[in-house]
Design a protein around this ligand. Structure first.
Ligand code: PGA
Length: 258
């Protein structure tokens, strides 16, 4: 039996005061909830304060793979652990320069620079330091329309997990996030989301296929969460827009109670 896991991704939103107030409201509205793990991945500058608040588990939205050194502007896994983080998102499609609605010029895509290889390096470092990694995979609309969804997912999974054995991966969480569904309001049909989460599961080492939690992400909200979370291969959600308000997010968390 896999414990559902719902994680909010606040992306680049909120002031510190609003972040602290939202976390505290989330804590208050979930005190009676049990059987679901949940947390918030907040912007880096707020993480130490939010982790110190101690109300809800928090995590980073990215990290760098080296432990320390001359890497201006980067944050290591050890630093996230040091300030009390539990989670880290790795390989989000926005870090890979893949957007549901392309609001940046194509020429800026290399700036984002996340590749399957950097995802793999980050995953290894996150595991070494004891963070719970949430590795994101997902196809663009063009890839889906070309009939390449499964092969894209399989390629991202094998790149992410290269060189890692089942024993290393006991805390791994995967988020299946179709790029075209992120921030667009176009949620993936629950049957299809479940099918692709099954494709993700089949990419895991056999020993951990049954125990690994796979989230769906992409326009999950209080209205559609229950249907998605009822599916056998969907063990949780990575929630962007609907995690910004404590009231909405606590409804998504409640929808995961089994
Ligand atoms: P969304 O974002 O819920 O706003 O679609 C999900 C994500 O990007 O993780």
């Amino acid at each position: 039996m896999r414990t559902p896991i719902i994680v909010g991704n606040w992306k680049m939103n909120k002031t510190l005061a609003d972040a602290a107030a939202t976390l505290s409201a989330l804590h208050d509205s979930t005190t009676t909830v049990s059987g679901v793990e949940f947390g918030i991945c907040a912007p880096f500058p707020y993480l130490a304060a939010l982790a110190g608040q101690g109300t809800v588990s928090v995590g980073g939205q990215d990290m760098f793979w080296a432990d320390s050194g001359a890497f201006t502007g980067f944050t290591s896994a050890g630093m996230l652990i040091n300030i009390g983080c539990k989670y880290v998102i790795i390989g989000h499609s926005e870090r890979r320069g893949r957007f549901g609605k392309l609001e940046v010029p194509e020429s800026t895509i290399p700036f984002f620079a996340e590749t399957d290889e950097t995802v793999n390096l980050k995953l290894k470092a996150a595991l070494k330091h004891g963070l719970v990694p949430i590795v994101c995979v997902g196809e663009t609309l063009a890839e889906r329309e070309a009939g390449n969804t499964d092969s894209v997912i399989q390629g991202q999974m094998s790149g992410a997990l290269a060189g890692l054995a089942a024993d290393d991966l006991t805390t791994l969480v995967i988020a299946y996030e179709p790029v075209w569904a992120i921030g667009t309001g176009k949620v993936c049909d629950a049957e299809e989301a479940d099918r692709v989460c099954g494709v993700v599961r089949a990419c895991l080492p056999a020993e951990i296929q049954e125990s690994t939690r796979i989230q769906y992400g992409g326009s999950m909200n209080p209205a559609n969460a229950a249907e998605l979370l009822a599916k056998p291969n969907i063990d949780g959600g990575l929630v962007g827009g609907a995690s910004l308000k404590a009231e909405d997010f606590s409804q998504v968390i409640r929808a995961a109670v089994v």
